[in-house]
Design a protein around this ligand. Structure first.
Ligand SMILES: Cc1cc2nc3c(=O)[nH]c(=O)nc-3n(C[C@H](O)[C@H](O)[C@H](O)COP(=O)(O)OP(=O)(O)OC[C@H]3O[C@@H](n4cnc5c(N)ncnc54)[C@H](O)[C@@H]3O)c2cc1C
Length: 502
């Protein structure tokens, strides 16, 4: 009797799991496997908070699998030797998983697994679990195909025969993998937590989503908080989209904010696939500027003191520091705050996005390489096609945290600073007595210098032709058939391309 391995990766659920459904169709006994790969956890983008969320999600997955007659088998080691030992000892002829658009390490690992499967005569089937398309020829029509995928019925499976006699290993603790401390206020993993968030967002928390999403205090409740669940696959993107579509039908025309909220949420679910598709099409965007003209713009070796001040939340810019400290503790920031801390690192502090991006990857519980590296490059101005937004962190603090409650909650050193000067404590008469650093850069001077340097690159020979190539490969299409309506490479020195928010 031969067996099928169902290899769980970033798809830790039973519901709407196309790979599991395919394994059921195959008819052979199934071995549900999760491989804890110590080398993956040694990569510079890995952190204990990811592992903590993963462990909780695996425990929940175990219970879900038990309900369909399966037992999750954990093995620890490199994927190829683990798979080979199972093949040899248990007559495995088939491996089924979902396609993964991960970091460079998982890409290389999957190539090694493909070589192994080919060499051993094992059939490896990889199925899509979202709108991301492997070996995409071009972006025209992509959005239409993505929406079609999202509208397909959710996949269900009946109880399956288990491949018996396979020994499992216990899940190692984070310390055994060389990981440090978890985030003290991290989100809880597991499908039950994910479903609860989806339900509460669509019925109660989300009503004020549009207005509150960028607030550092209200955003934590008004945003869905589904990101780590989508990243680890405890919910499928299609489940979230279909639940939102049903809700859209219920609230249409109600005039109470719900309709717009659900619409904005569904757009973001689509952005998710849009950004991950970029990394699928161009894995090098994790380590190379999307527009090559920006290579070498910032020093390869970032200024160590500035980098350390930024990561620790000690730049002397209160709103930036509050965001960085909050992120370290909770593993989450809303989109606006992520953009701002990234932009300040890249423009004001002039730090290379690769170093700062690795730090944020470790800090975000929801680290999703496709979204992350695309956004890191966008907010650093290295794509060559997006609007440059040089956020002013003082203005952001005043706009987004008008009462100062968020800033004060993370910066107890500023307790005595009057409200009006909270975002610029260096202007306060008592600043000399504070146990808080002076700002490491002058915000306006640093922003203007960065803008000039980036603009100089944009005027270089061949910049526009190269930018057009990036657009053709990666930019979203605007019309109903998913094609461009006009040339989206706009190089005028205008507000859209070089946004300052003084
Ligand atoms: C520098 C930077 C790095 C980022 N890194 C990540 C990352 O590693 N993982 C990640 O999931 N998101 C990342 N984002 C995007 C976004 O900030 C988060 O998805 C969002 O804040 C997560 O909170 P939420 O689930 O409550 O989002 P909601 O606002 O409730 O949105 C719902 C879902 O839509 C998707 N989404 C939302 N915004 C975006 C976006 N701008 N681009 C693509 N998809 C989006 C996410 O899956 C999110 O869970 C990054 C943004 C920036 C600026």
């Amino acid at each position: 009797m031969t067996g099928t391995i169902l290899w769980f990766k970033r798809d830790l659920r039973v519901a709407d799991h196309p790979a599991l459904a395919r394994a059921a169709q195959a008819g052979a006994p199934v071995l549900p496997l999760y491989v804890v790969e110590p080398d993956l956890w040694r990569q510079p983008d890995a952190d204990a908070r990811h592992y903590g969320f993963l462990r909780e999600s695996l425990l929940d997955l175990k219970a879900q699998l038990a309900r369909i007659g399966l037992r999750l088998v954990i093995r620890v080691g490199a994927a190829v030797p683990v798979l080979e030992a199972l093949r040899r000892d248990h007559h495995i002829t088939r491996l089924i998983s979902h396609e993964e658009t991960g970091n460079g390490w998982t890409f290389a690992r999957d190539r090694a697994v493909a070589d192994w499967a080919w060499g051993q005569g094992v059939t490896w089937e990889e199925l899509p679990q979202s709108g991301v398309v492997r070996r995409l020829r071009g972006r025209d029509g992509w959005a239409v195909a993505r929406d079609r995928f999202m509208a397909q019925p959710l996949v269900t499976v009946a109880p399956l025969p288990m491949l018996e006699g396979v020994g499992a290993q216990p899940l190692p603790g984070a310390g055994a993998l060389g990981l440090g401390a978890d985030a003290p206020a991290r989100q809880v993993g597991g499908r039950a937590a994910g479903l609860a968030l989806l339900g509460s967002f669509l019925t109660t928390r989300g009503q004020d989503y549009r207005r509150a999403m960028s607030s550092p205090l209200q955003g934590a409740d008004a945003c869905s908080r589904l990101s780590p669940h989508l990243a680890f696959g405890t919910l499928s993107l299609r489940e979230a989209e279909q639940a939102a579509a049903r809700r859209a039908g219920q609230v249409r025309g109600a005039g109470d904010g719900w309709s717009g909220a659900v619409q904005s949420f569904r757009s973001r679910l689509a952005w998710r696939d849009h950004f991950i598709q970029k990394l699928e099409d161009e894995p090098a965007l994790e380590w190379r500027c999307l527009h090559p003209a920006y290579e070498g713009l910032r020093p390869d070796q970032p200024d160590a003191a500035r980098l350390a001040a930024w990561t620790r939340g000690e730049t002397g810019l209160p709103f930036v520091d509050a965001c960085m400290r909050s992120l370290a503790a909770t593993g989450w920031l809303n989109f606006r705050m992520r953009s701002m801390v990234m932009a300040v690192a890249s423009y004001h502090l002039w730090l290379d996005w690769r170093a700062t991006g690795q730090h944020l990857a470790r800090m975000f519980t929801d680290y999703e390489p496709g979204i992350h590296w695309s956004q890191v490059q966008m907010q650093s101005g290295t794509t060559g096609i997006n609007t440059l937004r040089i956020y002013n962190p003082v203005k952001q603090g005043l706009d987004q945290d008008p009462t100062g409650a968020f800033t004060r909650s993370w910066l107890p050193e500023l307790a005595d600073v009057p409200d009006g000067l909270l975002q610029e404590p260096w202007r306060w008469d008592g600043a000399g007595g504070l146990r808080y650093p002076a700002p490491i850069v002058d915000v306006k001077t640093a922003a203007a210098a960065a803008r000039d340097r980036v603009w100089a690159v944009r005027q270089g020979d061949g910049f526009r032709a190269q930018a057009a190539k990036v657009v053709r490969k990666h930019a979203s299409r605007k019309d109903a058939k998913g094609r461009f309506q006009r040339d989206p490479v706009r190089l005028k020195k205008d507000d859209r391309q070089m946004g300052f928010d003084f």
